[in-house]
Design a protein around this ligand. Structure first.
Ligand code: HEC
Length: 391
């Protein structure tokens, strides 16, 4: 398909995905906040709690029923399309970015799996992830939230580690995000919605609703709430090659997931006291430690001894390994214009991007994309040395 058309398809689908994703996560944050901040001292025995709030110049009064009101209101708003459209647009985006150009974006350099098999692995991961998660939630582990969380985190880390053998770092990350997103939308579709339908049906039939279903729905909705921060990081992770580009990318993902779940926990328990307030400085410290340990190793002194490479040699390396894409007129069919606006046609343009090139080619080695031109370690070292030499 035409590269220019794919770019616009990407733009449209991504735009929709972000908008509906904000609507979904916004509603999730809001309702968990509401649940946590209800004033439960209300006298009315029908009510679980209430909340007064002011927003946008108006005063609101919200009430939560213990189980259900005596009769159904005429208009009851259901939150579901935010979740469904986020997932649908997400799967489309996954296809537009990774599956159409599988050789460029999806397949790990050196992987023996074909494009079709790698795509099947990705899609299979989404389905398999949901099945494993749902089984865990129905197992005896469901009574021990912390343990369930740990097992889940370990399973996802294993998935990240496994996928990173067959997929590029960025594709492996986004697939783990898509697995989590599928678990979240599965919770809405298979657990929360049926529970709500049963509740409404019972009210309408005038029978007593089964309290176990809403309880289960609330638990799954809590899971979704904790999963949002890791997912949001993953969705922006493609901007940060020192995370997905590292050999230890799966471990970095685990560390960031732990930090974000802890921060979410602090915000979810804040109304009960400040016993988790230490999480905030600890999270900042953890992020700084990660920045430190992921820092690229400086080029070893012995390599310096190999002597300087000339501007002409450096330019030849760039032209060989980057020229197909990073040119004013790319020859690669996958790109209509230079990706990320980075044009490396002459020495001046190359010098302008000095640090970015170092980061992409030497420190994290995520460029050339998918190492399609099979750039060797020696070539990376040579280019790295030249970049560090300065003008
Ligand atoms: C097959 C095409 C392809 C090749 C070959 C390639 N790149 Fe890229 N490059 C891309 C794409 C696509 C992006 C945009 C990545 C993104 O979406 O984050 C990019 C982004 C970049 C960026 C900007 C990253 C940022 O956001 O800071 C730099 C710098 C870069 N490439 C340098 C290089 C260098 C140097 C080489 C050669 C050693 C190279 N690339 C080879 C496709 C390619």
């Amino acid at each position: 398909m035409d590269a220019h058309f794919i770019e616009w398809l990407n733009l449209m689908v991504r735009w929709v995905h972000v908008i509906v994703g904000i609507a979904w996560i916004g509603a999730s944050f809001y309702f968990v906040w509401l649940e946590n901040n209800l004033d439960r001292s209300v006298k009315n025995p029908e009510l679980a709690g209430e909340l007064w709030a002011i927003h946008g110049g108006g005063i609101y009064h919200l009430q939560k029923y213990n189980l259900a009101p005596a009769s159904m209101p005429k208009h009851l708003h259901w939150f579901k399309w935010e979740a469904y459209t986020t997932w649908i647009s997400g799967v489309l985006l996954l296809s537009v970015v990774f599956y159409i150009n599988a050789n460029t974006y999806l397949i790990a350099p050196g992987s023996e799996l074909s494009a079709g098999a790698t795509i099947a692995l990705g899609v299979g991961g989404l389905v398999g992830g949901w099945l494993v998660y749902d089984l865990l939630c129905k197992s005896p582990l469901r009574h021990q939230s912390a343990l369930l969380g740990m097992v889940l985190l370990l399973a996802l880390t294993l998935a990240a580690w496994g996928l990173s053998h067959y997929m590029t770092g960025r594709a492996a990350y986004v697939h783990v995000g898509a697995i989590i997103g599928t678990m979240m939308v599965g919770n809405v579709f298979f657990v929360i919605m049926p529970a709500q339908r049963a509740l409404v049906a019972a009210i309408e039939a005038g029978t007593k609703p089964d309290p176990s279903k809403p309880k289960n729905a609330l638990l799954r909705s809590r899971h979704n709430n904790y999963l949002t921060l890791p997912v949001v990081f993953i969705m922006i992770s493609n901007h940060f090659p020192s995370t997905y580009g590292s050999d230890w990318n799966w471990l970095i993902l685990l560390a960031i997931a732990l930090v974000s779940v802890a921060v979410r926990h602090y915000f979810n328990t804040r109304h009960n006291g400040q016993q988790f307030v230490w999480v905030l400085p600890a999270a900042i410290l953890a992020m700084l430690v990660m920045a430190y340990v992921t820092a690229p190793a400086p080029i070893a002194a012995e390599q310096d001894a190999k002597g300087l490479i000339s501007d002409t040699q450096a330019q030849a390396l760039i032209s060989k390994h980057c020229g197909a894409c990073h040119a004013a007129q790319p020859t690669s069919p996958a790109f209509a214009t230079a990706p990320a606006g980075v044009i490396l046609d002459n020495l001046q343009q190359i010098r302008l991007q000095n640090e970015r090139i170092y980061q992409q080619v030497v420190a994290t080695q995520v460029m050339p994309l998918g190492n399609m031109t099979q750039m060797t370690t020696l070539e990376r070292q040579q280019l790295g040395q030249w970049l560090q030499q300065g003008q």
